[in-house]
Design a protein around this ligand. Structure first.
Ligand code: PGA
Length: 229
């Protein structure tokens, strides 16, 4: 089982440190892998049960890429885990599939664990063209890569408080299972109240959580709920 906290543009260096200190006091089941993705400015080496990852990175070691960080900056803190293809990168910042695939290839080459996100918009869901849309988001991605973790995150469920229904998640995960044997996560309004239901969905190996992960109490509650499964 995997539980990952995506801080997005929340938390500071100081509050991340405090969060991770409190996380050490939260009992977790042995078979649960924890990941925390703080903002760039809070990346560091931290003690504790969670693997620290970056929310994004450019596919180069270093260079003239204003506003980006690359392998050199990640290496300083021993970071070898990344989120790529998050819908906010795709839709708010216009990242193309070509750019995402380039980043993927670069960090795959360097053995990174990559949380690779895919998910349809509401418009696509209503048109019923989900599979084709997801396939396009997987173009250029090595689905056999052993460091790959795929997160299914429907755009309309992210940050809206409205999680996808069990059946909807199950259907997409079943489709993704025909493409890859790597772990599949669900993300989109996961919270303490629905995490157990989501974890019981066939094919679901864990959750990528935004909003409900920002308060340590709520993240810890989800860890407890996973313990009870
Ligand atoms: P949310 O975000 O939990 O706030 O819906 C999930 C994500 O974007 O990874």
């Amino acid at each position: 089982m995997i539980l990952a906290a995506n801080f997005k543009m929340n938390h500071t260096r100081a509050s991340t440190k405090e969060y991770l200190r409190k996380l050490q006091e939260c009992p977790k089941p042995k078979d649960l892998e924890l990941f925390v993705f703080p903002p760039y400015t809070a990346l560091d080496r931290y003690e504790g049960p969670a693997v620290i990852g970056a929310q994004n990175a450019y596919g180069a070691e270093q260079g003239s890429y204003t506003g980006e960080i690359g392998l050199q900056q990640l290496k300083e803190f021993g970071i070898t885990t990344l989120i790529l293809g998050h819908s906010e990168r795709r839709h708010l910042f216009g990242e193309s599939q070509e750019l995402i695939a380039q980043k993927f290839a670069f960090y795959k080459e360097r053995g990174f664990t990559i949380f690779y996100c895919v998910g349809e918009t509401l418009d696509i869901r209503e048109k019923g063209d989900i599979q084709r849309y997801l396939l396009a988001q997987l173009e250029g991605i090595d689905l056999k890569y052993e460091g790959l973790i795929v997160a299914y995150e429907p755009v309309w469920a992210i940050g809206t408080g409205r999680s996808a229904k069990e059946e909807e998640i199950k259907e997409v995960l079943a489709f993704l299972q025909t493409l890859t044997s790597r772990p599949l996560l669900y993300g989109g309004s996961v919270k303490p109240q629905n995490i157990q239901t989501i974890m019981r969905i066939q094919g679901c190996s864990g959750a990528l959580v935004g909003t409900a992960s920002w308060r340590i109490e709520s993240f810890c509650q989800m860890i407890q709920k996973m313990k009870e499964l």
